[in-house]
Write a protein that binds this ligand. Sequence first.
Ligand SMILES: Nc1nc2c(c(=O)[nH]1)N[C@H]1C(S)=C(S)[C@@H](COP(=O)(O)O)O[C@H]1N2
Ligand SMILES: [Mo]
Length: 419
Amino acid sequence: MNPDLATNHARLTRRYFLRFGTVGAAALPLLPWTTSAADATAPELADAIRKLEFLTKPESFGTVERGTPLPYTHSPEKLREIGLMRETWKLEVVSDPDAPAKIGAPMSRDAGTALDWQGLMKLADTHAVKFLKIMTCNNGGSPLGMGLWEGVPLRTILWQTKPDSDLRRVFYYGYHNDDPKQRFQSSLPVGRILEDPPGEYPVIVCYKLNGEFLSGKRGGPVRMIVPEAYGFKSVKWLQRVVLTNAPYANDTYANGNNDVDSWMKTFARFVSHPSTVKIGQPIPITGLAQVGISGLKKVQYSLQPVDQPLQPEDPYFTQATWHDAEILPAPQSWGGGLADGKLPAGTLGFDPVNEQPKSWPMRYSQAHWAVLIPAPLAGKYHLRCRTIDSNGVAQPMPRPFAKSGRNNIQQVEVTVAAG
Ligand SMILES: Nc1nc2c(c(=O)[nH]1)N[C@H]1C(S)=C(S)[C@@H](COP(=O)(O)O)O[C@H]1N2
Ligand SMILES: [Mo]
């Protein structure tokens, strides 16, 4: 790459980010991020950053759903009958007849011991937790939405069944029109439910997204949320948990050739970029990075003239010239429809006193990033972005296989017009 471009880039980046963190929030009442975006040298980038919203409004989420009809589209009478309204919802937690776990107190509809909404809310009074989690389909090109999820740890409910022995795995599924072919199920090792590795959040039986009760479309009244996993583990319209001595996964997604034991991966995507700029103009770029199990150290971009292709034997573009973008700090206003844009007190991962994140970026969440690319020569370019995780590994390594979560390097075309 043109060495002038690199030097120029360093200078511009320094100037651009000189005021990073020094601009008072008071001076930027409308900006969700306290960054150098207010710098008059880059109004285009300031505009693009202003448009970023950290949390996704529930109605703006992408959706992956199955069912004919979709369960939440039934009439209100039918929804009441099938337990897809809060007043009639019930959760069964029972032993697997095919590989029984020994439990002392099954929670079943037949015995009248299933957990109902009131029971769940009673548990919520003392056990509710909330945390940030990005929802991503492992087969999707980019995340479906970023949420603040609230629920009761599944283990709190599991212990109520008085499990004794022969319990190795937990199967679970939701309402499926009483048609076995429509059942969408997932599973976890029981150890993951009973114990959270340090720094990890519990698997929750979830009833709120961004402070509001879950809509039917988002999986309400109650869905599972598995913090570190791709979306298929977070079963919607949850009604049945089966405690089993079976040692294997029975996930519906296993039938689709998916890796059902994949932690979320770290990868970058563009949010905004121009497709054409005039010569002499810098290129304002914004993006997001999903923060997977190995964290996020850097986001980088590369601008490669289309007529100077890289070696075909370098599918991950490791030989390209990569420059750092700026990872934005935690937002001042979280968006997503939260009142005042504020996260509620007690959100996991935040300091209870100063209400700031204990670390940033946070795993299984996202970070936004931005960069103003110095004006390049006229021509057509491939613009790419990638992450470097906290182990120093560049995307799409260390796990490049698509069926454990799609994390290919994104490429877009930008034209720098001569006249
Ligand atoms: N009951 C049920 N739960 C489900 C699904 C489904 O089809 N039925 N799809 C799953 C898949 S594959 C994904 S990626 C996530 C998507 O969650 P969202 O639609 O709330 O964004 O929901 C999961 N939970
Ligand atoms: Mo999915």
